[in-house]
Each structure stands twice: as structure tokens, then as C-alpha cells.
Design a protein around this ligand. Structure first.
Ligand code: OGA
Ligand code: MN
Length: 284
């Protein structure tokens, strides 16, 4: 029997009693989907998945997006990684990194929101985890939006913001980009600061990432000041929940309505995660 067990935080729920390595019944998928829309982030513990099974599970929600562009500093091997399974790891083999993001802190972000059509979701599956550190936190952008005062909500209702495509979430320059010196010229997609979720119909903050962000049409200092107000709310502890990884955890997040960040960890420990990203639609 499938069971949904919400966290006592602003978002997140455990889904127990389901094996994701085999096709989901329509009934179980319906239960999972409803819980996901309600809790924004779902955790499935004690899974044992091949990459094909991870992709098959993810495709229940929609077609997959390709992996993002690597950063030069990562020195990644192109090895056996597929176009649709993004390896997130600090492990180095034969002088090449098997995955991205290393052991560094990843700042709050939404995955690939610098694309005009960002993924609706990411599914991150833990194969190896370090003894300490590397926790991943999530923040609920519905409640962050609702917690803003009315004046601010009205002020941002029709504003747009650029989501930087030049840096990855640990601050490394992606291949093919130059360092941004003036946020008014940041490369990346421009999205509404407040988006309407296409399924729930609820409004949420859509901030993407803080570095090099710029609110279109404002003077730079005004943009910085308003972004600081919004980010203070987005990262406030009352909207967040933190995942402490165990091997076999799969965490699925709604990339439209949540931000996430990762703690750093000891670079001599090993952490290997496999991620899919599920295609979304244009934010409105
Ligand atoms: C990601 C990411 C978090 C983590 O995979 O999108 O930001 O816990 N990683 O490694
Ligand atoms: Mn991410």
C-alpha cells in the first residue's frame, strides 16, 4: 500500500510502499502526482534503480530534457554518461571528474531556469553519499510569495528577471561563456518574477538564481535592492526543508515551485548522484 507521509516543514513528503524500478499502476501514479502537487518535493527511500529505470520513472511525468552544459573547471569525462542522466559527483577517475558540481556548496537555484522553457522537475537519485555534509535543502516558492507584503506582491506582479546562464550552481563558468561584469547584460532567459503554476493555478515566486540576476527596466541599485528583499524571503527557514541523503533515496522536486541548494562536503569522501530533468513549459 502506497502511503504519503508529509514532513512537518513547509514542503516535502515521503512516499512509502512503492518500488520505482517497476512500472507504476495508474492508481499509484495518480496518488504520487497529487501528493507531488500538494507537497512540491517527494522523497522515495530504499530504491534500487538503474539509469534506465530512473529515466522510465521520470518519463511518467513527461519527456526528459537533455543535461545542462558542463563547466570548464569541472574537467569532466564524457565517458559513459547519457544525454539524459546528469551525474552529480565529486569523484575523479583517471584525472577526469565523473560528474558535476564537485564537493562545493551549491547556492539556491532552480534547475536550468536560464532556458526559455525550463524543466518542470528534477529527479535526483543517490548511489553513494558521504558520511557527513552534502545535505540538500528545498524552499517553497508558493509560501515565500504569499509571505511577501501586499505592496511587494503588487510591485513584482508584472516584473521580469534574467536568469543567468553563464555560471552553474557552484559558481563555475559554463563552457562557451564569459564572466558577467554588468548584470544588465547577463545572458539567459527572461522570466516573470511571479509565475502561475500551470497545474495548481497557484502563484509562486520564480527567482532562478541570485548571481547576475537583474530585474528588467529597473536601475541597477533598485534591482539589487528588490532582489535582496525577495531572496531574503525565498531563503527564510520557515519555507524550507532539508534532505539528509541515504543511499537509495530518490527525491523528485517541482522545479517551478521550489528552489534548492546543497551544502558542501569533505572532498575526500565520495558522493554520486544521478539526475534526470523532466521537460516543462514556458513560465507565465
Ligand atoms: C542538482 C543539484 C543538489 C545535490 O542536482 O540539481 O543542485 O544535492 N544538486 O547535489
Ligand atoms: Mn540543481
Amino acid at each position: 500500500m502506497i502511503e504519503i507521509i508529509p514532513t512537518d516543514s513547509a514542503l516535502g513528503a515521503d512516499v512509502a510502499g512503492v518500488d520505482l524500478s517497476v512500472p507504476l499502476s495508474a492508481h499509484n501514479f495518480g496518488t504520487i502526482y497529487q501528493a507531488w502537487m500538494r507537497h512540491v518535493v517527494l522523497r522515495f527511500r530504499d530504491q534500487s534503480l538503474t539509469d534506465d529505470q530512473l529515466m522510465d520513472f521520470s518519463r511518467n511525468f513527461g519527456p526528459l530534457d537533455r543535461n545542462p552544459r558542463h563547466a570548464k573547471a569541472e574537467h569532466r569525462s564524457m565517458g559513459d554518461s547519457s544525454d539524459y542522466v546528469n551525474v552529480i559527483s565529486n569523484v575523479v577517475e583517471n584525472g577526469r571528474a565523473i560528474g558535476g558540481l564537485g564537493h562545493y556548496e551549491a547556492k539556491w537555484h532552480s534547475d536550468m531556469s536560464y532556458n526559455p522553457v525550463p524543466p518542470m522537475a528534477s529527479a535526483l537519485y543517490a548511489l553513494e553519499v558521504p558520511p557527513a555534509g552534502g545535505d540538500t535543502s528545498f524552499s517553497n516558492m508558493y509560501s515565500a510569495f504569499e509571505a511577501l507584503d501586499e505592496e511587494t506582491r503588487e510591485r513584482i506582479a508584472n516584473l521580469t528577471c534574467v536568469h543567468d546562464s553563464s555560471l552553474n550552481s557552484v559558481g563555475q563558468l559554463r563552457v562557451g561563456f564569459e564572466e558577467v561584469t554588468d548584470p544588465r547584460h547577463t545572458p539567459g532567459a527572461v522570466h516573470p518574477l511571479v509565475r502561475t503554476h500551470p497545474v495548481t493555478g497557484r502563484r509562486c515566486l520564480f527567482l532562478g538564481r541570485r548571481r547576475n540576476a537583474y530585474i528588467s527596466g529597473l536601475d541597477l541599485p533598485d534591482s539589487e535592492a528588490l532582489l535582496d528583499v525577495l531572496w531574503a524571503q525565498a531563503a527564510a527557514p520557515e519555507h524550507t526543508w532539508t534532505q539528509q541523503w541515504r543511499v537509495g533515496d530518490l527525491v523528485l522536486w517541482d522545479n517551478r515551485a521550489a528552489l534548492h541548494r546543497r551544502d558542501d562536503f569533505d572532498g575526500t569522501a565520495r558522493r554520486i548522484m544521478h539526475r534526470t530533468q523532466i521537460g516543462g513549459d514556458r513560465p507565465f
